[in-house]
Design a protein around this ligand. Structure first.
Ligand code: Z5A
Length: 208
């Protein structure tokens, strides 16, 4: 049996990751592929329980170190229970966020990028996507999209200040530069179907 593929979508809040994940999944199913849609934090029963701990409550509910460990624990469960079994049976797994989010959000303060990668090696044996799409959108456009959707306000992490979100965007851009084979930057502006076409174009080399 042929191994499937693991694809992650990354980027700041409101860039359109969830919208594009759904569109890409539909398109790949149309090509006859077995597709699993998943997300982080979450994607397995245990990781979804950790998601609720991570995204709700006061801003200072977790220390930066505890927060990074919770994300790593959620990811370990997600990979073990959902991602790896699906890829092994030949499915294409599309994940809304993955490791690069921890590197960008948790790895540029009390902890470094090297610390996050070490946690990932311990928790998940360094498991990486076959391809990662970094959706980029000017900050004003992204926050307008996120605001139009989040009528009840941002979550614990999304609610941080714009300086924080700019540092996150800079970190993602650095990863794309460091790992151009795995991480492909996709312009997320314009109509959703135009963005989907860009994604498919950047996936053709992996498609059967
Ligand atoms: N986090 C972390 O800190 N460390 C980690 O390791 C991980 C995560 C895995 C997860 O929140 C939070 O956890 C996140 C990072 C942190 N917080 N922040 N920031 P989440 O999963 O609940 O939410 P999110 O990942 O930030 O995504 P999002 O806000 O849901 O945005 P999105 O998925 O990129 O966008 P969307 O929902 O597809 O679209 C947003 C709106 O724009 C929506 O109304 C769409 O209909 C609209 N949209 C989408 N595309 C278009 C186009 N092309 N044109 C016009 N309008 C559009």
């Amino acid at each position: 049996m042929t191994r499937g593929r693991f694809i992650s979508l990354e980027g700041g809040e409101g860039a359109g990751k969830s919208t594009q994940l759904r569109a890409l999944a539909a398109l790949l199913r149309g090509r006859g592929l077995d597709v699993v849609e998943t997300r982080e934090p979450g994607g397995s029963d245990g990781a979804e329980a950790i998601r609720a701990l991570l995204l709700t409550g006061e801003a200072d509910r977790w220390s930066p170190r505890a927060e990074a460990l919770l994300f790593a624990a959620a990811r370990a469960d997600h990979i073990e229970k959902t991602v790896r079994p699906a890829v092994e049976r030949g499915a294409w797994v599309l994940s809304d966020r993955f490791l690069d989010s921890s590197r960008a959000y948790q790895g540029m303060g009390d902890l470094t990028d090297a610390d996050i990668l070490t946690l990932h090696r311990i928790g998940s044996a360094g498991f990486l996507p076959d391809r990662t799409f970094l959706l980029t959108l000017p900050e004003a456009e992204a926050s307008a999209r996120a605001r139009s959707r989040d009528v009840n306000g941002a979550d614990r992490i999304g609610g941080r200040d714009s300086g924080f979100h700019q540092r996150v965007a800079d970190a993602f851009a650095r990863f794309a530069k460091q790992e151009p084979d795995r991480v492909r930057t996709i312009d997320a502006s314009g109509e959703a179907d135009v963005v989907t076409a860009r994604l498919v174009g950047a996936l053709e080399d992996l498609l059967p």
